[in-house]
Ligand binder design. Structure first.
Ligand SMILES: *[C@@H]1O[C@H](CO)[C@@H](O)[C@H](O)[C@H]1NC(C)=O
Ligand SMILES: *[C@@H]1O[C@H](CO)[C@@H](O)[C@H](O)[C@H]1NC(C)=O
Ligand SMILES: *[C@@H]1O[C@H](CO)[C@@H](O)[C@H](O)[C@H]1NC(C)=O
Length: 292
C-alpha cells in the first residue's frame, strides 16, 4: 500500500502540470500576502485586496500557482489624489538571475497630473525593454482590467481588453530569447520609488498624504498550472498539455486588435526603448528592427 502511494505520488510529480481554469476569483484561495506587515488586506470574503504604503513600508502579494503560458487578468483601482513617487504593480515573474518577467507598473503623480503606465519585459534575465503610456481614462476613479496574454508565439499587454503592446517570439529570426520554459507567478505590489518614478524623480512622495492605498479585484489566471518548479520536463509537458484545448494558447490579434494597438501607440505611447537612439547609439536591440 505504502509503495502504491509512493508510486502515485511519483506519478503525480511526473504529471506535474495540469490545465486548469479558475472561474471564481478569490484572493484567499489564489494568493499569499508576502510582505508589508499587515499593510496588505484581503476583504469582502476574498473579493477585494488592498495594498497600502507609508513611509516605513509598502506591501505585496503573489499567486500561489505558477504558470507556463496563460491569460492573466486583474482589476485595479490606483492610489487617488497625490500619488507622486508611488508605484503600483501587477506582473509575472520567474525566479533566479536568468528570470523572465512581464511588468505593468503604474507611476503615480501629483493630483490632476496623469499616471504613467510603465511596461517592461525580461527574457533570460535581460530587460531594458521599457515602453510607457498615458491612459485614456482616470485609473483612480474606477476599477479597470489589466491583462497579460502569454503563449508560445507572443506576449500581449491589454488595458480593458485593448492591446497596448505585443512582444513576438522572434527567437528564430533574431536570436532574442523568448520566455517559454520558466514558470511564472503573478505578483502585485505598492511601493515607493520617488527616486525615479515621477518626472524622473523630480517630484517626491508627500508622506503627509500617507497611507496610500491601491485596490485589486477579480484576479484570474487561466493557464497551465505547474507544480514541477522551474523549467525542465514539467514545463514542456505543461506546454504540451495546454496546447490542446485552450484558446489563449493560440490567440492572435485579430484585425480589430491590430487597429486598437495602433490607436494606443499613436495616441498614448510616450516612451519606446525601440526609438531611443540616444540610449542605444550603436543600434537599437534586434527585436526592434524585425519587420513581421
Ligand atoms: C474592438 O476591440 C475593442 C476592445 O479593444 C472592443 O471594445 C470592441 O467591441 C471591438 N470591436 C469589434 C468590432 O470587435
Ligand atoms: C506627471 O505629470 C507630468 C506633467 O503633466 C508629466 O509630464 C508626467 O509624464 C506625469 N507622470 C509621471 C510619472 O511623471
Ligand atoms: C472577472 O474577470 C473575468 C476574466 O477576466 C471576467 O470574465 C469577469 O467578467 C470578471 N468579473 C467581474 C465581476 O468583473
Amino acid at each position: 500500500m505504502a509503495t502504491f502511494r509512493l508510486f502515485l505520488a511519483a506519478l503525480l510529480l511526473f504529471l506535474s502540470c495540469s490545465v486548469f481554469s479558475v472561474l471564481t476569483a478569490n484572493f484567499y484561495q489564489d494568493v499569499d500576502i508576502t510582505w508589508g506587515d499587515g499593510r496588505a488586506k484581503i476583504l469582502d470574503n476574498g473579493q477585494l485586496l488592498t495594498l497600502s504604503l507609508d513611509r516605513y513600508s509598502g506591501s505585496g502579494f503573489q499567486s500561489r500557482n505558477q504558470h507556463l503560458f496563460g491569460r492573466f487578468d486583474v482589476q485595479m483601482k490606483l492610489v487617488a489624489g497625490d500619488s507622486a513617487g508611488t508605484v503600483a504593480t501587477f506582473y509575472l515573474s520567474s525566479q533566479g538571475n536568468t528570470h523572465d518577467e512581464i511588468d505593468f507598473e503604474f507611476l503615480g503623480n501629483l493630483s490632476g497630473d496623469p499616471y504613467v503606465l510603465h511596461t517592461n519585459l525580461y527574457s533570460q534575465g535581460k530587460g531594458d525593454r521599457e515602453q510607457q503610456f498615458y491612459l485614456w481614462f482616470d485609473p483612480t476613479k474606477d476599477f479597470h482590467t489589466y491583462s497579460v496574454l502569454w503563449n508560445p508565439s507572443h506576449i500581449v499587454f491589454y488595458v480593458d481588453g485593448t492591446p497596448i503592446r505585443e512582444f513576438k517570439n522572434r527567437e528564430t529570426s533574431t536570436g532574442v530569447a523568448y520566455p517559454k520554459s520558466q514558470t511564472m507567478r503573478a505578483y502585485g505590489s505598492l511601493w515607493d520609488a520617488d527616486d525615479w518614478a515621477t518626472r524622473g524623480g523630480l517630484v517626491k512622495t508627500d508622506w503627509s498624504k500617507a497611507p496610500f492605498t491601491a485596490a485589486y479585484r477579480n484576479f484570474t489566471a487561466d493557464g497551465c498550472v505547474s507544480w514541477g518548479g522551474n523549467g525542465g520536463t514539467s514545463a514542456t509537458s505543461c506546454a504540451n498539455a495546454a496546447a490542446g484545448s485552450n484558446a489563449w494558447m493560440r490567440q492572435e490579434l485579430d484585425s480589430n486588435g491590430t487597429e486598437r494597438l495602433k490607436w494606443v501607440r499613436t495616441n498614448y505611447m510616450i516612451y519606446d526603448y525601440c526609438t531611443d537612439w540616444r540610449r542605444f547609439p550603436r543600434g537599437v536591440p534586434p527585436e526592434c528592427n524585425a519587420s513581421d
